[in-house]
Design a protein around this ligand. Sequence first.
Ligand code: NCD
Length: 315
Amino acid sequence: MRHLISMEDLTRDEVVRILDVAEQLLPIALRERRSVPTLRGKAVCNLFLEDSTRTRLSFDLAAKRMSAEVLNFSAKGSSVSKGESFKDTALTLNAMGVDCVVVRSHSAGAPVQLASYLDVPILNAGDGWHQHPTQALLDVFTMRRHLGDLEGRTVVIVGDILHSRVARSEVQALKLLGAEVVLVAPPTLLPPAVEGWGVRIASDLDAVLPEVDVVYLLRVQRERMRGAFFPSSREYARIWGMDERRLGLVKPDALVMHPGPMNRGVEITADVADAHQQVITEQVTNGIAVRMACLYLLLAGEGPALAGDDTEEAA
Ligand code: NCD
């Protein structure tokens, strides 16, 4: 792997390799709170030009658990707010000799652009409506831990597909692993080219729920909306939201997942969010291991030992 910009760049075997490495790293990511010296001497820059809680903290912790030096950079408080161009920011990072850049941006294509300015691995932490590959990887990792092989499993993705980089990456990851994907969304929140995605589109959520193994809810992304895409939040919740009644329609062992941040009372009621908090929290925790795996594979290749013999207590 040279960069991780889009799920499209990955083969099935590469996805499985990332998930397997993440599985090995999970104890270090969480329970044992140890760091491995694998990325000692490497400088990882987190370039976050758009707001983030989970993804930013998760990349930060992932790099630190692997003993990398971490530079956290956000638009606010940097020269970006003085009007410095993206290219000049990139050249500055180059001059500092960073070994990897994790980038989040409002602009689809920012990671590709960055890759043209810098000669180091670029990791996409979400670019506009385009891609969010590590979110998709942590989600399929979480599904795999609960359901085993995803071949032949069915996942329904519900909600604001149009504005969702998560949905775009998620569909590709699930299809690579052989899962069937169903999309349920307000017609106004389906992308125009969705026919080419190779998924099933359904309009009646109640009819789909009994057959699925995972209900994946998306946030209604108001900050990306210009105009009204549905009548009201109440109407949205009634037709596309996950509530107690709908929860009664899913198989007992089906997972309810959400990438966060959640709009309680819109795509998910507070009751359902609390009842399924465990898996949603697991997604966040697993994200650290998956991001460690991505950093490891991009920066250390197959070289140094992963875990086990040469670990040390985290500071
Ligand atoms: C997602 C994102 O930023 O694309 N969140 C995340 O990374 N955990 C989804 C969202 O904002 O709705």
